[in-house]
Design a protein around this ligand. Sequence first.
Ligand code: 7TS
Length: 408
Amino acid sequence: MNNRMYSIEHIRADFPILDRQVYGKPLVYLDNGATTQKPRTVVDAITEEYYSVNANVHRGVHFLSQEATRLHEASRERVRTFINAASTNEIIFTRGTTEAINLLASSFGEAFLHEGDEVIVSTMEHHSNIVPWQLLEARKGIKLRVIPITDRGEICMDEYVKLFNEHTRLVSVMHVSNVLGTVNPIREMIRIAHEHDVPFAVDGAQSIPHIAVDVQDLDADFYAFSAHKVYGPTGIGVLYGKEHWLDRMPPYQGGGEMIQTVSFERTTFNELPFKFEAGTPDYIGTTAFARALDYVSALGMEHIAAHEKALTDYALQRLREIPAMRIIGEAEERGAVISFNVGNIHPSDLGTLLDRLGIAVRTGHHCAQPLMHRMGIPGTVRASFALYNTMEEVDALVAAVDRVRKMF
Ligand code: 7TS
């Protein structure tokens, strides 16, 4: 590691769970695509705020309420700087990526989608970026158009371009695949969509933890992600949206916080971002989320990316030495996710036996059944890396996979 600050021992000491044993073996946690472990600073933020600040945010005149509100809104500002949004009005707190995309589908759909309109997604999408649009197919009679992918697991750009027509209203595509590891050419895809005057939404669930994202530089119209995949708490996420879109979109849910005045004759809605945040927000979670972003920023996204690339390159090289190994996803540009199958061993059998050896991986369809269908497989075993994983853990994975292979 060329960065002297990137001390893996010090980093691992920040994550108490990494010292755990499972079945009497040291835990090798390689399920970071599903959720990441939390550093002490994030967990401490939760207890500190409950012990010393807790009070409902906004509207309150008393001291604690104002302090809690200040922390909550400072977290919004922290998210804004992290993705370089132009304004905190563009940062909507949600429960996660899934809720962010549902908010978008529901509200953008209400304002801008009509029968016969088309939304473009890709074959490799997570169900979170398929099903909300399918609900609109049923409710509003819109049509989903699907970008095909190559055998290597890359977007077919020629086919993408051909999908645009006068009915296209939105493109919604993932930045990084949670199965293939593919880093999609999002910037170029956004540019093409904008050439057709079509806005572009990005599912950033798997990119935010791994690469520096600048929404203005990408020119993304919407960008969705979850705190828990970037070392933050569960139950918090973000929908970034350009203000000129959010301004024209109706509320997603009704309730407290999102209103200006309510009467039985006429109710008026709050301004951005509160228009989209009905009810008491998870203000404890947002504080902890901001701590998580501080944590990764202090390490430096570029150093995290370099560390994870070294892990991934090494893992790919070592895994390929195993007989009957099939890597699913051979994209040129790839992130810290490796899916594979070995011979005819069912992925869930392989995953269960790896678990017994202390190695936590995910198996199955990874909420991407259309992708599994495209690749002609029932599922994969997936190892996904984080900033705290080590080369020794890669060795442990490879040794365990080879051991299981020999058993079959
Ligand atoms: N989009 C992508 C690309 C994802 O990988 C996930 C979660 C989601 C959306 C949904 O995020 P949530 O925080 O709202 O649940 N992916 C995974 C996974 O790969 N294994 O478990 C969850």
